[in-house]
Design a protein around this ligand. Structure first.
Ligand code: AMP
Length: 436
């Protein structure tokens, strides 16, 4: 029968890549915990309305990239295209987003956007993100960017460059929007069809159009940072001052608008030098009106999301050792149970252990242990069982040892014995058998 293919843009993550994937997530979780964030797990499907209301009706994501479908009762559902809206909704529902309280939450998991797949861009991808809800001070922005930078370093992407902008707020953005619209209208003939539409619906989006013609026009467009009100300017200056003091390298980019409507004031992104067109490894910003827009109290918020696949693409090639430490080989059917028990003890002690079937020849089992990269092979047979000892082969040193195994010893003790052998015991036949 013909093998069934997967869905375009949805990828399997298979070993050894899956191990690198998990190792990266573990490292980032460690960083997030060190900043005192707690994990939140939110569903992958939400009511469509949640994203329409928070990301903005005229954003690319909501207009054309969401996986939206009707549930059997007619409710419109959407596979989450990003995490912030869900986290804020869940934080409100759980009473975590409350006045006089600060919620620090991180999440990981798949996101779904129906974009054109290419290197670094797929339709299901994974993010790890952090949200700080209930703080509106510049220090919260700065600490968030520092955390973001520390995550990049932990991911081995320290070459990524952080760009920063301020998008203004409800007080000053309308005037900037008007200035941008006027500028766009004066250059409408040079804009792409998409941007002509954006001009009336969402002029900020003109700034991140990738079309060459639009980029040329927008290079001279009014800058948001020239239109900030005093409060936004002071906030932005303080964020920059703190980041500089914290030795975080960044540059300002007045064209950085981010794709979503909920951002106000600080916006940032990290760009990796080696990724080509899809070079953003993560981004974030402040979203002060969002909690209230989703029915919660008037709380500020700031956060970011990193793309796990892109971090792996951009990161210094790291490998994760997935070899078993020990391979247990029963030499005969009678030793099957002893081998099973020994393997279990090692495993309970956290030792990565492979157990060979008793049905294959010792030679092929040894070859397999070698191929898997096992450090030690423990051979358990009738004689060994009777004597309470087994032969240990140090596969790296290619030496055999007779180990008084105390077959019922705890796994950790067994492993200690193995390491002692590796460190000091003379090989069999070259000065006597170790351990008897
Ligand atoms: P965004 O909120 O859109 O800036 O997304 C945050 C991060 O998620 C980006 O910087 C990327 O690293 C990653 N990302 C976004 N869209 C995709 C995609 N279609 N495929 C892979 N990674 C993505």
């Amino acid at each position: 029968m013909k093998a069934l293919g997967g869905v375009k843009g949805f990828h399997d993550i298979v070993p050894p890549e899956s191990e690198r994937f998990t190792a990266l997530e573990d490292r980032l979780r460690g960083v997030l915990r060190s900043y005192n964030y707690d994990e939140i797990r939110v569903p992958i499907a939400e009511r469509t309305e949640l994203f329409a209301r928070s990301l903005g009706e005229t954003t690319d994501i909501v207009e054309k990239e969401m996986y939206t479908f009707d549930d059997r009762d007619g409710t419109s559902l959407t596979l989450r295209p990003e995490g912030t809206a869900s986290v804020v909704r869940a934080a409100i529902a759980a009473g975590l987003a409350q006045r006089e309280r600060v919620a620090k939450l991180y999440y990981t998991g798949p996101m779904f956007r129906r974009e054109r797949p290419q290197r670094g861009r797929s339709r299901q991808f994974h993010q790890i993100g952090a949200e700080l809800i209930g703080r509106d001070d510049a220090m919260a922005d700065a600490e968030t960017v520092v955390l973001f930078a520390d995550c990049l370093t932990a991911a081995g992407v320290s070459t990524a460059h952080i760009v920063l902008n301020s998008l203004g707020d409800a007080a000053c953005r309308p005037a900037y929007r008007a200035a941008l619209t006027a500028y766009g209208e004066a250059h409408v003939a040079e804009l792409c069809a998409n941007c002509r539409q954006r001009l009336t619906r969402n002029p900020l989006r003109l700034l991140d159009c990738k079309e060459e013609g639009c980029r040329r026009v927008m290079a001279d467009a009014p800058r948001v940072t020239d239109h900030l009100c005093d409060a936004c300017r002071a906030h932005f200056d303080e964020v920059k001052r703190l980041l500089a003091a914290a030795d975080i390298a960044f540059s300002e980019d007045p064209r950085l608008v981010r794709g979503l409507d909920y951002y106000v004031r600080t916006a940032f992104e990290a760009l990796a030098p080696n990724l080509g067109a899809q070079n953003a490894v993560g981004g974030g910003g402040r979203y002060d009106g969002l909690v209230e827009a989703l029915g919660g109290p008037p709380l500020a918020g700031v956060g970011f999301a990193l793309g796990v696949e892109r971090l792996l693409l951009a990161g210094e090639a790291s490998t994760v050792d997935t070899s078993p430490q020990v391979s247990v080989i029963p030499l005969a059917a009678a030793a099957t149970l002893a081998a099973l028990q020994m393997a279990r003890r090692l495993r309970l002690a956290g030792v990565r252990t492979e157990l060979e079937s008793s049905g294959r020849s010792v030679k092929s089992a040894m070859r397999r242990a070698d191929k898997l990269g096992a450090r030690f092979a423990i051979l358990v047979g009738d004689d060994e069982l009777a004597a309470g000892r087994a032969t240990v082969r140090d596969l790296r040193a290619q030496r055999d040892h007779r180990l008084v195994l105390a077959i019922d010893a705890a796994g950790a003790a067994l492993m200690d014995g193995l390491h002692a052998i590796a460190a000091s015991a003379p090989p069999v036949g070259a000065g006597g058998a170790a351990g008897g």
